[in-house]
Design a protein around this ligand. Structure first.
Ligand code: AKG
Length: 611
């Protein structure tokens, strides 16, 4: 059948260099004859490519694609994709890469949801992260060059551009872009530099729903990787989130959504994407929070800059096509300024990103400054304090606790110990032994830190232990006191309760640590799907502090022995925990214990004396 005409010329994309022209149509026909490929029907004919349904020499259903421009390394790119991503990309059956001709297997017919595409795509990007030699086949595109190219285009000053989509913009929309670039170009450039400095991976750059199908066995298959580039992850997200502002909002600031259904849908998509990207620790969540919305900005700009080599007005639908692309872009492109400003002002607006790791402080170091420890705790909502207690004290405490096991068991059977998870209970501590000593309840080094965090005259609100028994499942994610100031979306209040967790056995992943979503106490949007997760591993004498607004959960105990952790909760004196102490005492206290504390700290527990 006749297969139409593809016009040819030298092709340059300012931000990406020289491309080679694809095959003239006579070569397409010649190649099909040579390869015994039968063309059945045309699927699409666009200025940048033509695609046909075809049959290969074995009678296999296949897709023939002829690209108008051939980027250097395109042949190696397709081979690498098949090798690394297997069934998630269509197999290349035959190609003439120097002419931009490709015959792919027909990768399926079923529809794939955006969630499924993002899941597979995130995993694909994780697989490519750090794979220097595999990525070599993918063109490196710098965000700063895309920005420069965008600046030339809106000034209508790119001599290599066959068409600029901006020529189809309404004059006032174009004028707005120019004014915004003048005002905020510096901010965009800073963000571009951050994107360019980040560990790169492959970015598809044309992730529209019609570019994925489901194979018969259910596997999603993503095709049309001709536009793929090497850079920080995030460039391809704008179609799935209708623009880069929603990429930012879904990750960092859900209060920007007006529609809660839209918010929930985006959050779900983003969580799936991030889960893929963080597999095998390819990327840290904390870094993605910063880089994905930044890269999405340049993905949005590049949608426009890569159109420059093509004559958008060709063919019968030419002018109309160009106008409808311009209409979509005139919605999406102004978003880059809003997203850039949101990113750059987030810190000033009190929305700091969580730290990358759990802060750790060696309390044996006499130069430790309690004010500095308090600052680190505020940023992360948690901190690991090494050597806060002497190992001897904790050993003694562990022995005393083990000796009370029968009584604790009785309390559990009587329902006088709160069940806090599967085979996990909270028991109230007896303070007439080691648990009532000043060095346990009012360790001056700890109290000096709380002086900076909990205001004057904070108290010890409860003294309990959580025991997780062998074989118990992970706890559900939770904040200990979630209901505080529910209307304050940003949770901008200072700490109200802080738990000091003193493990009575060394903590590792066999006995089960407490998994902590770092920074989740700072912001309601920063939950366990987004924050870096850590599980402190501790020696006897260490403790970790957790803000009650922090999202956390106890991990399974895979050992043969119970894992007790002491939980001493220091809090502001006016707060009463009405959720957790319906069945048991918060603290067991007697006068001699109060008298045994330094005078300046007696108020910690005075409130708890029986009246
Ligand atoms: O068992 C743990 O590691 C944590 C327990 C806990 O978070 C709780 O009971 O609130």
């Amino acid at each position: 059948m006749p297969i139409g005409i593809i016009p040819l010329s030298e092709i340059t994309v300012k931000s990406e260099g020289q491309y080679v022209s694809g095959a003239p149509i006579s070569q397409v026909e010649e190649w099909c004859a040579e390869q015994k490929i039968t063309i059945n029907e045309i699927i699409s004919k666009r200025p940048w490519s033509q695609v046909w349904r075809a049959t290969d020499h074995n009678g296999r259903a296949s897709i023939l694609k002829s690209n108008r421009s051939v980027r250097p390394g395109a042949d190696r790119l397709h081979a690498t994709l098949s090798r690394v991503l297997g069934p998630n990309v269509p197999a290349l059956l035959a190609s003439r890469p120097d002419s931009g001709l490709y015959l792919f297997e027909d990768g399926g017919t079923g529809k794939v949801s955006t969630e499924d595409i993002l899941g597979v795509y995130g995993k694909a990007q994780a697989t490519f992260a750090g794979q220097t030699s595999a990525l070599d086949a993918v063109p490196l595109v710098r965000a700063v060059d895309v920005l420069d190219h965008f600046a030339l285009l809106i000034a209508d000053d790119d001599p290599d551009a066959v068409t600029s989509i901006f020529r189809y913009f309404e004059p006032e929309d174009l004028d707005n872009l120019r004014r915004n670039l003048d005002a905020h170009g510096r901010v965009l450039r800073d963000i571009a530099q951050r994107v360019d400095a980040f560990e790169p991976t492959i970015n598809h750059c044309d992730m529209i729903p019609s570019n994925a199908l489901r194979r018969e066995d259910g596997t999603p298959c993503i095709f049309d990787w001709d536009d793929a580039i090497r850079s920080a992850p995030g460039w391809s997200l704008t179609p799935s989130f209708t623009g880069c502002v929603r990429v930012y909002a879904a990750l960092r600031e859900t209060s920007l959504y007006r529609d809660s259904a839209e918010r929930d849908k985006d959050r779900k998509r983003m969580a799936i994407y991030l889960e893929g990207l963080t597999q095998n620790n390819a990327y840290a969540l904390r870094d993605l929070l910063e880089i994905v919305p930044a890269a999405a900005i340049f993905g949005a700009l590049r949608e426009a800059t890569t159109l420059t080599p093509y004559d958008l007005s060709t063919g019968s639908s030419g002018e109309g096509r160009a106008k409808s692309i311009a209409k979509v872009f005139s919605q999406r492109i102004p978003q880059v300024f809003r997203a850039a400003l949101l990113i750059s002002s987030a810190e000033q607006r009190g929305r700091p990103l969580p730290p990358r790791a759990l802060p750790v402080v060696d309390m044996a170091d006499p130069s430790v400054d309690p004010a500095e420890v308090a600052k680190q705790f505020r940023a992360a909502g948690a901190i690991h304090l090494k050597g806060c207690f002497t190992p001897e004290l904790v050993q003694e405490a562990a022995a005393e606790f083990a000796a009370s096991q029968d009584r604790h068991q009785q309390e559990i059977s009587d329902g006088a110990a709160l069940r806090v998870g599967d085979r996990r209970h909270m028991v109230t501590l007896d303070t007439d032994g080691v648990f009532g000593r000043p060095e346990m309840l009012a360790s001056e080094r700890l109290m000096a830190i709380f002086d900076h965090l909990l205001g004057r005259r904070f108290i010890l609100g409860s003294a309990t232990a959580v025991v997780s028994h062998p074989g118990g499942r992970p706890q559900r994610w939770h904040r200990d006191n979630f209901a505080l100031f529910e209307e304050d979306k940003k949770m901008s209040f200072p700490p109200i309760l802080i738990s000091v967790i003193v493990p009575l056995v060394p903590i590792n992943n066999i006995v089960g640590s407490t998994q902590i979503a770092i920074g989740s106490s700072q912001d309601r949007d920063l939950d366990e799907t987004i924050c870096p997760l850590v599980e402190p591993q501790t020696e006897l004498g260490d403790c970790y502090l957790m803000d009650s607004a922090l999202i956390h959960r106890g991990m399974p105990n895979q050992s043969d022995n119970p894992r007790p952790i002491v939980a001493l909760v220091y809090q502001r004196p006016w707060y009463v925990d009405v959720e957790n102490f319906g069945r048991q005492d918060r603290i067991r206290m007697s006068k001699p214990i109060v008298d045994g504390l330094p005078e300046t700290r007696q108020h910690l527990v005075q409130w708890a004396l029986p009246r």
